[in-house]
Design a protein around this ligand. Structure first.
Ligand code: LIP
Length: 265
């Protein structure tokens, strides 16, 4: 088994265990543990408990690897691999009981920053739907055992796009202005509330494209690999054209340049 395949298999195993914990905690009732960047930016007790489980299982399996998690921060490893983890992406959906949230686990090689890393394996698991999206670099993107491909067909009615809005209300005017710039490309817009699922849906052809400002590395690390392995493009702003806090863009090649130009304004 290649390193990428091995890392993918480990991520799948851990994501399933972590996702089941998140699902059970949801049935027991969700407690808000704290707020972070803004009063709307919540973290639940389950977020913290699920990330602790993921971090513990990864340390048991691969003690020399690094870790970058939404809730417990960063730890440099001595191997070339860093695990980039969002324990419950779509936290507000999770807190409200909307069944669109996911455990997102990615293994990256190199410097643990999006501009530098090479994604090696990624898993996005929605415990509410049971859907597990996964990819290993060079081996395609999959939903269980179904091979995925982005939509690159002509879109005479326009593209089905998704986006998201930040927790800070002061960013909403800019986000809505961006939507206004992008809408001429769109047949309709979806707001799913979990970046990892938005990206998984682009990879699976359920969306034609996705754009969002303000994402963290753990929001897009696994989902971006899914899109690339499904034949799509992922990028952002600036010359490096990689996902960043400034912008994340994902689609098939047919609409990528137009979507990026409209989203960046
Ligand atoms: C969320 C993203 C979503 C975005 C939210 C939030 P979280 O991540 O997945 O796309 O619109 O503002 O950033 O906070 O649920 O891990």
């Amino acid at each position: 088994m290649t390193d990428a395949a091995h890392l993918q298999a480990l991520a799948i195993e851990i994501a399933r265990e972590a996702g089941e914990l998140a699902r059970v905690r949801r049935t027991e009732g969700v407690a808000i543990a704290a707020t972070k960047s803004h009063i709307a930016d919540i973290v639940t007790e389950a977020d913290r408990e699920v990330e602790e489980l993921i971090r513990r299982r990864l340390k048991e399996a691969r003690p020399d690897d690094g870790f970058l998690g939404e809730e417990s921060g960063a730890e440099r490893g001595t191997s070339d691999i860093t695990w980039v983890v969002d324990p419950i992406d779509g936290t507000v959906n999770y807190a409200y009981g909307i069944p669109s949230y996911a455990v997102s686990i990615a293994a990256v090689a190199g410097e643990p920053v999006p501009e530098e890393w090479d994604a090696v394996a990624g898993v996005v698991f929605n415990p509410a739907s049971g859907e597990l999206f996964h990819a290993a670099a060079g081996s395609g993107a999959w939903l269980h055992d179904e091979r995925l491909a982005v939509n690159d067909q002509p879109m005479p009615a326009g593209a089905l796009l998704a986006t998201g809005f930040g927790y800070d209300p002061s960013t909403h005017a800019g986000d809505l202005a961006r939507v206004a710039r992008v809408m001429p490309l769109a047949r309709d817009l979806r707001r799913i509330g979990a970046a990892s699922l938005d990206l998984a849906f682009v990879a699976s052809g359920r969306l034609d494209g996705y754009f969002e400002r303000g994402l963290h590395p753990w929001d897009h690390a696994a989902g971006a690999l899914l899109v690339i392995e499904a034949g799509g493009r992922v990028g952002g702003a600036g010359d490096a054209d990689v996902p960043s806090r400034t912008m994340t863009i994902a689609s098939g090649a047919a609409i990528y340049d137009a979507l990026r130009a409209a989203a960046l304004g």
